[in-house]
Design a protein around this ligand. Structure first.
Ligand SMILES: Nc1nc2c(c(=O)[nH]1)N[C@H]1C(S)=C(S)[C@@H](COP(=O)(O)O)O[C@H]1N2
Ligand SMILES: [Mo]
Length: 309
């Protein structure tokens, strides 16, 4: 087995990882991504993270970093796509994660402590938003199966529910009381331990920007984008299927399964095509977003539309 170089950078507490101006402060809030783009406060590149050759996207170009990091869905910071500046307000260190519910031992973990116990790698994944735009992103993270193994769920656990942070003081969108905050998502244990389910802590060779869900977000690329929950603070193992944020808001439009399928239209639009960010042409959407080989067996009855919304 080739020696895997643990990326030293990730083994350090964040305070030592990023140059001082990147720690949250007023200057950072003001400089925002303009500063990052100019490289002024840019964190060091993560050269030592190995790319997993099983997860590349041969038939599409990577989405330009500037687009992927500045065109985002993150309702905590607004119900539009220009949230990257507002999202700078979220302090992402220290960051603790709760492991709860049907596990051998409930506990609180410091994120940096967790990152020292997993194997980070880079994977290039497609991402298909239910709104019919898409992107291709080089994520850095670790298999969610490693988190599940660490959590040691009981035999009775069938699902894992995930929750995003809740802090209306920094997230103005959370003052919109008609939404069921915190943002909540869920997977079956079989989905969460599928090789594709990936917990992300970096993108484009750098620590994950706040706009993309720092410091820890999910990437489940065979499902519509809303399943890929950002800024996670809770993993809760349950026997019953969790109620998810979008299911609560509009259950007839956004269900629990949400597997990508061009032949099952959203009630208000077709899912046949998608608009890659930064490209002029639309392209056809494909079943399971191109990941059928990994996940089709999880949904034996493909003709049941319940799996596809
Ligand atoms: N906490 C939280 N997670 C979230 C969302 C959100 O509003 N809040 N939006 C989802 C949707 S609809 C999409 S398409 C992706 C967008 O990820 P991106 O901004 O990195 O493209 O995040 C998902 N995760
Ligand atoms: Mo989305």
């Amino acid at each position: 087995m080739p020696a895997i170089h643990r990326p030293r950078l990730w083994n350090l507490p964040q305070s030592r990882v990023t140059p001082e101006p990147l720690a949250f402060n007023r200057r950072r809030a003001l400089a925002g991504f303009a500063g990052l783009a100019a490289g002024v406060f840019a964190p060091r590149a993560l050269g030592a993270v190995p790319r997993n050759p099983r997860f590349v996207v041969a038939d599409r170009a990577l989405t330009e970093e500037r687009l992927a990091t500045t065109y985002n869905n993150f309702f905590e910071f607004g119900s539009h796509k220009q949230i990257w500046r507002a999202a700078q307000a979220l302090p992402t260190r220290p960051w603790t994660i709760r492991i709860e519910g049907l596990v051998e031992r409930e506990r609180t973990l410091d994120l940096d402590e967790l990152l020292r116990q997993v194997s980070l790698e880079e994977r290039i994944y497609r991402h298909r938003c239910v709104e019919a735009w898409s992107m291709v992103v080089p994520w850095i993270g670790f298999p969610m199966a490693e988190l599940v193994a660490l959590a040691r769920p009981l035999g009775s656990a069938k699902y894992v529910e995930m929750q995003s942070f809740f802090d209306p003081k920094v997230a103005p969108g959370q003052r919109a009381f008609w939404y069921p905050w915190p943002y909540t998502e869920g997977l079956t244990i079989a989905e969460a331990t599928n090789e594709l389910a990936f917990l992300v802590t970096g993108a484009y060779g750098k620590p994950l920007p706040n706009s993309m869900g720092a410091p820890l977000r999910l990437a489940v690329p065979w499902k519509y984008g809303f399943k890929s929950i950002k800024s996670i603070v809770v993993f809760r193992f349950t026997e019953n299927r969790p109620r998810t944020f979008w299911e609560e808001v509009a259950g007839d439009e956004y269900g629990f399964w949400a597997n990508v399928n061009p032949d099952v239209p959203h009630p208000r639009w077709s899912q046949k095509m998608e608009q890659p960010l930064g490209r002029s042409e639309k392209i056809p959407t494909v079943i399971f977003n191109g990941y059928a080989e990994w996940v089709a067996h999880l949904y034996p009855d493909h003709s049941d539309p319940v799996y596809f919304r």
